[in-house]
Design a protein around this ligand. Structure first.
Ligand code: AMP
Ligand code: MG
Length: 364
């Protein structure tokens, strides 16, 4: 049985006790719900990998809170034993600037690993990923547990991240005991992950709500794309297929202009091979024309809108909940409109959709 408890003093105390005893607990953060466990205990960390069926070569992010840090900035992380003490001066200066600007918040820093973090957390890498979440419940749980916590997304490996307590519960039902309810996640997609190099340069490992422009403004250097520069090997855990519903998913351009006859024929063919049920996820309100055309191709059409207000923030906020809801329909196909613009948070949404669609042939 997996119970949901409210984030009251009693709920937080239950969570803290479980964490101190080495049992994982689901907690809310501003990005997505995380499966938290004691980051200093190899056994607790092993139970997180087991509960998620996550391969051991996909490293975890260590979550800290202000109350754990005896000193500000990187110095506090060094004192806690999370980060190594022998950082290069330029590396420390860049990391300090990013901590000052973006913590607490949806930015994860990859730095040299400190002695308090077992190799099981980092998949045997000598670097460690660290974040200070802004969600008040995440902060309260970390401080009550009194130690840094790993907290990968609270879903089975490769699947859609949960953004509500109920979604986390249904993902991990029977695999873990406790979910702390902190409401719907604000940001809705995972943190930006950036590696801080010895020379103070920045390697972007995963796009998120802290954007390239934000990073460049603060660090004074423009981040390079690690996966493009070093391939999959430089970017552990960045699998081509990830964040994926079990229903096949394809991405299309916004609006009817991209819809020529070969595409309609391909869509009709795929639906004719199945039940005819189609999930269509529009960016903003879809035109009447596309609704009518989709209704002609599908015998059972379900349309959802990611951003009724037209903002990328709203789309990111609702993305996983909408994917999860439509996945439950067991449709033949999910069709998602790609973000109309590029840059900023739209890059994070496009990144997640691209990985969710990996392996399904695109529409003609
Ligand atoms: P999540 O599964 O959302 O908790 O995010 C964890 C991801 O952070 C991993 O899949 C990696 O892509 C990245 N990550 C964690 N630790 C490291 C590390 N030491 N070096 C590079 N990337 C890391
Ligand atoms: Mg994840």
């Amino acid at each position: 049985m997996t119970a949901i408890v409210p984030a009251t003093d009693a709920g937080l105390a239950l969570a803290a006790t479980a964490l101190r005893e080495g049992r994982p607990v689901v907690i809310p953060t501003e990005t997505v719900y995380g499966l938290a466990a004691d980051a200093t205990s190899p056994d607790a960390v092993a139970s997180v990998f087991a509960a998620k069926s996550r391969p051991s070569d996909d490293p975890l992010i260590v979550h800290v809170a202000p109350g754990l840090l005896p000193r500000p900035r990187v110095e506090g992380l060094v004192t806690l034993g999370v980060v190594a003490e022998d950082l290069e001066p330029a590396q420390r200066a860049t990391a300090d600037a990013l901590v000052d600007a973006f913590w607490p918040g949806p930015l994860t820093l990859v730095l040299p690993r400190g002695p308090a973090i077992p190799l099981a957390v980092t998949s045997r890498l000598e670097s460690v990923a660290i974040r200070m979440p802004a969600h008040p419940v995440a902060r309260a749980v970390i401080e009550a547990a009194g130690r840094p916590l790993v907290a990968p997304s609270a879903n089975l490996f490769g699947r859609i991240s949960p953004t509500t307590a109920e979604a986390a519960q249904s993902e991990l039902e029977g695999r873990i005991g406790l979910v702390v309810d902190g409401g719907r996640c604000d940001v809705g997609v995972e943190s930006t992950v950036v590696r801080v190099d010895a020379d103070g340069g920045l390697g972007l490992l995963r796009p998120g709500a802290v954007t390239r422009v934000d990073l460049e403004r603060v660090a004074g250097t423009s981040p390079y794309d690690v996966q493009a520069a070093e391939g999959i090997a430089g970017s552990p855990g960045r699998l081509l297929r990830h964040y994926a519903p079990s229903t096949p998913l394809v991405i299309v351009g916004t609006g009817p202009s991209g819809w020529q006859e070969p595409r309609w024929a391909d869509l009709r063919r795929r639906l004719a091979q199945g039940t005819g049920r189609l999930g269509y996820i529009a960016w903003s309100s879809p035109s009447e024309a596309i609704r009518i055309a989709l209704g002609g191709a599908s015998t059972d059409l379900h349309v959802r809108t990611l951003a009724p207000d037209g903002t990328v923030a709203e789309a990111a906020h609702s993305l996983y909940a909408v994917l999860r809801e439509l996945d439950e329909l067991k449709a033949d196909l999910l069709v998602v409109e790609r973000p109309p613009g590029g840059g900023g948070l739209a890059d994070a949404v496009a990144d997640r959709l691209g990985r969710a669609a990996h392996g399904t042939p695109p529409l003609a």
